[in-house]
Design a protein around this ligand. Structure first.
Ligand code: NAP
Length: 290
């Protein structure tokens, strides 16, 4: 450990937060770049009622970075000095940077969705010759916080979007917010018929596949085709039932750790001003999650 009196603090807050892989990922990157005397990354469990106190502490104590996870991404926004326009559009902040006492909120989650998808498309997966997200048909399952970042990202890159959610009204509200060319479909779960053949990409942005729902999947195996790219934002377990099923039918899969990695890379660069060491960060994540 290389901590000195000048070391700057970056903190992830959440409730719960003990499961977070962000400290391992960021600290491994600090060591790799030889800046572990400049930065240290820790986690702190914080109740929503105390978010304002954390922001005050950030100002008073001069923390460099504040990473927000569930349930703080919206709550933190009203205490900041500036909100980046993309974060304002998504309606959530996962990254706060302290620049000489000015606290600015950003959202890097959308990059965590778009970058892995673009990386896969660049390898010319599937039948299309178009290697970008433009005009790709995306079926997004979920309409909560993660879905907002997913939806914003794929629309920004020119994909067409259909949102499926258990609470249909929430999907409709989100579709309306995103504007024209965004459709909604009824979420039917695993038990019933669901046809996703016409889509290129299936994106799960629900909690299904983790915690109490670890044995569940949001999409029946029969609805997954070989031409699909299936991206699950759930990263614990490393491979969800959805991804296991998708792999079994020959679809291309993207693990939730890739989202965690790429939102983390953008965040690392905002906190440190340095290019993030991608492979070291991926290894740190995979070591902890597999
Ligand atoms: P959220 O705002 O609470 O939204 C949860 C979503 O899941 C809602 O659409 C909800 O539907 C749906 N849902 C929950 N339980 C369900 C069930 N039993 N059946 C059907 N639908 C159900 O949560 P969030 O912040 O979006 O997080 C969602 C997931 O994304 C979490 O697993 C989180 O860990 C993950 N995530 C991953 C990353 C990453 O970097 N990989 C980043 C952010 C989030 P209703 O609207 O009907 O309630």
């Amino acid at each position: 450990m290389n901590i000195t009196g000048k070391t700057k603090l970056c903190i992830i807050i959440g409730d719960p937060v003990e499961h977070s892989l962000s400290p391992a990922m960021h600290n491994a990157a600090y060591v790799e770049l030889g800046i572990d005397h400049e930065f240290v990354f820790v986690a702190s469990q914080v109740k929503v009622a105390h978010v304002k106190d954390v922001v005050t502490a950030m100002r008073v104590m001069g923390f460099r970075g504040l990473t927000c996870t569930i349930p703080h991404k919206i709550a933190v926004m009203k205490y900041l000095d500036e909100i980046d326009p993309i974060a304002a559009k998504i309606g959530a902040v996962n990254t706060v940077v302290n620049d000489n006492g000015i606290l600015k909120g950003y959202n890097t989650d959308w990059l965590g969705v778009v970058v892995p998808l673009e990386n896969i498309l660049m390898k010319n997966v599937g039948t299309s010759l178009d290697l970008s997200l433009r005009n790709k048909r995306v079926a997004l399952i979920g309409a909560g916080g993660a879905a907002r970042a997913c939806g914003y990202g794929v629309i920004e890159k020119g994909a067409t979007l259909t949102i499926f959610n258990r609470t249909v009204e929430k999907a409709e509200r989100l579709a309306e917010e995103f504007g024209k060319n965004v459709g909604t479909g009824k979420y039917v779960g695993t038990g019933r018929d669901l046809s996703l053949h016409e889509y290129d990409i299936i994106l799960n942005a629900t909690n299904i596949g983790m915690g109490d729902l670890i044995n569940e999947t949001p999409v029946p195996k029969s609805a997954i085709c070989e031409h699909h790219i299936v991206f699950d934002v759930v990263y614990s377990p490393y491979e969800t039932q959805l991804l296991t099923d998708a792999k079994a039918v020959g679809a291309t899969i993207i693990h939730g750790t890739e989202m965690l990695l790429h939102q983390g890379i953008a965040q690392f660069e905002l906190y440190t001003g340095k290019k993030a060491p991608e492979q070291v960060m991926r290894k740190a994540l995979e070591q902890k999650s597999k």
